[in-house]
Write a protein that binds this ligand. Structure first.
Ligand code: CP
Length: 307
């Protein structure tokens, strides 16, 4: 069993969600990420995690999250091990819990877990002694993506108090949207979700979240706009809505002047937004990816109690 982190450093042994995280905690992660980003650029990152073995268990595909966690862990001096799902004993029928216990017994101290089932990280937390970091569970939460997005928005807009951030597209199936609603709300932003009724289903009941079901209402005066992929793997369908809601430079004129466009990726250019918008001067999509590494460095350092 791993020792609890010293009380003065960081009060959480795991990162499962940003829901319930305080503004101060989110800002602390972002501030530490900025420091670690500078240290990494100068090749002066202290080996804070040299005693740790970080496991990566991705039961769903990933490019950004998996690669950036691996780079983050290695930059901090950790040993890393990737489950490589397709070549693992999971394909022979080994259960999730047995696989996680096996990783723990081989020496993994902190596990980054992505899984199609919402709640899988909570199960890992209950059934093992490893520190657990959620790399995305079903449509529930993707905390490190939201933290990278929060840092990106903070650097583009300054303090987010009172700023309107529109999240546009298949919000209903999006773990990124849920985590962003919590993180951006905690930072003082007005969060608006926008899409045809099926894509924003359930959000009317969320405290403090505006819901818009027309593109004009969704984009009006938005200080930043985040587009989302249609999550076909979670049962969404690509109907006529896709073209009606596709973001392009012309439609972005409905937002505040110069409002940036974000997207957590992977993008389907030509579906939820045009390639011209994704790769144009308004786009912060590359910055979101770049900030993913230092945010994950900060998260790993904090949950491991070394920062
Ligand atoms: N945004 C995100 O989670 O991307 P990946 O699926 O590539 O990790």
């Amino acid at each position: 069993m791993i020792a609890e982190a010293p009380a003065r450093t960081w009060p959480h042994r795991h990162l499962i969600d940003v829901e319930g995280m305080s503004r101060g905690e989110i800002e602390r992660i972002c501030d530490l990420a900025v420091d670690l980003r500078e240290a990494r650029a100068a090749r002066r990152v202290p080996p804070l995690l040299e005693a740790e073995t970080i496991g990566l268990a991705f039961y769903e595909p990933s490019t950004r999250t998996r690669i950036s966690f691996e780079l983050a862990a290695k930059a901090l001096g950790a040993t890393t091990v990737d489950l490589h799902l397709a070549g693992s004993s999971a394909v022979k029928g080994e259960s999730l819990v047995d696989t996680l216990r096996t990783l723990e017994r081989t020496g993994v101290t902190t596990l980054v877990l992505r899984h199609a089932s919402a709640g899988a990280p909570n199960l890992a937390m209950r059934e093992t002694g490893m520190r657990i970091v959620n790399g995305g569970d079903g449509a529930h939460a993707h905390p490190t993506q939201a933290l990278a997005d929060a840092l990106t928005l903070r650097e583009a807009l300054g303090p987010l108090d009172g700023r309107t951030i529109a999240i546009v597209g298949d919000v209903a199936h999006s773990r990124v949207a849920r985590s962003n609603v919590h993180a951006l709300g905690a930072l003082g932003a007005r969060v608006r979700v926008a899409g045809p009724p099926a894509w924003v289903a359930g959000f009317a009941a969320w405290d403090g979240v505006e819901v818009a079901t027309s593109l004009v209402d969704g984009l009006r005066d938005a200080d930043a706009v985040m587009a989302l992929r249609v999550q076909l793997e979670r049962g969404a369908t690509l109907g006529d809505e896709a073209a009606a809601w596709r973001l392009d430079s012309g439609r972005m004129e409905l937002a505040a002047p110069g409002a940036p466009i974000l997207h957590p990726g992977p993008t389907n250019e030509g579906v939820e937004l045009t390639a011209e918008l994704a790769n144009g001067p308004r786009s912060l999509i590359g910055r979101q990816v770049e900030n993913g590494v230092p945010i994950r460095m900060a998260v790993l350092a904090l949950v491991c109690g070394v920062a």
